[in-house]
Design a protein around this ligand. Structure first.
Ligand SMILES: Nc1nc2c(ncn2[C@@H]2O[C@H](COP(=O)(O)OP(=O)(O)OP(=O)(O)O)[C@@H](O)[C@H]2O)c(=O)[nH]1
Ligand SMILES: [Mg+2]
Length: 216
């Protein structure tokens, strides 16, 4: 593996219940969040130059919080997606509970990578998640995925619409493609810079509402 994020990666824990996390001293962590099928697992594989995470055309592929250990230096947590109404209600509620516990529990992640679909306009569930992360005090990087599938004639307008909704001076937004590798080295460096040697500062207590479960 040869990536800007690290050299070795292994799945340390598929967590199936709230509060379940790897044993031992906690490492810095980045949580990967976004709607089902937005490309979370694909991006994780691409940015780590590996194939550890399972990918599927069918939404609802990732069915647990997958804790990946990178270089024994930090964790990347690949989450089940939100917003897919066909996932069984029980699973949706369990995933939402697990993610909420992760984001608002005692040791929350140091960084969130929020993925939004670069082909679509801002979605309500993504707005809710962006707000949730802000309220929980979790520094966030936003990536607009599947940028290869956005026509060049539409890119400027599309990026403007997403930036207006999700970007601010402390929250960069980067269009990326796991297919072509566009902007992945930049994203990898951005994540690593923000993750290594930093701890979560001044996180607010519990957020006022749970993370989004499905599209309204
Ligand atoms: N064109 C294009 N397709 C992509 C890209 N990234 C992912 N995909 C496709 O999107 C689909 C979903 O990818 P996943 O990585 O499994 O998505 P996910 O967000 O992990 O999905 P869940 O685990 O179900 O929440 C797959 O068919 C991928 O091949 C990309 O950069 N460009
Ligand atoms: Mg996945």
């Amino acid at each position: 593996m040869n990536s800007p994020l690290g050299r070795t990666v292994r799945l340390e824990l598929p967590a199936h219940s709230a509060g379940e996390r790897p044993h031992g001293l906690p490492l810095p962590s980045v949580v990967v969040l976004g709607r089902s099928n937005v490309g979370k697992s694909s991006l994780l594989n691409a940015v780590l130059a590996t194939k550890v995470a399972r990918v599927s055309q069918t939404p609802g592929r990732t069915q647990a919080l997958h804790w990946y250990r990178v270089d024994d230096a930090f964790h990347v947590i690949d989450c089940p997606g939100y917003g897919y109404a066909k996932t069984a209600r029980e699973s949706r509620e369990r995933f939402a509970g697990q993610i909420e516990e992760l984001l608002t529990g005692e040791r929350g992640p140091d960084l969130a990578l929020l993925l939004v679909d670069g082909r679509l306009g801002p979605q309500d569930s993504d707005r809710s998640m962006a707000l949730f992360l802000r309220t929980a005090g979790i520094p966030t990087v936003v990536a607009a995925t599947k940028w290869d599938a956005v026509k060049s004639s539409q890119r400027v307008r599309q990026l403007r619409a997403l930036a207006a909704e999700f970007e601010d001076p402390e929250r960069p937004l980067l269009p990326v493609s796991s297919e072509t590798g566009e902007n992945l080295p930049t994203l990898g460096r951005l994540l690593k810079d923000r993750l290594i040697g930093r701890t979560r500062m001044g996180a607010a207590p519990a957020a006022p509402q749970g993370p989004p479960e499905k599209e309204s």
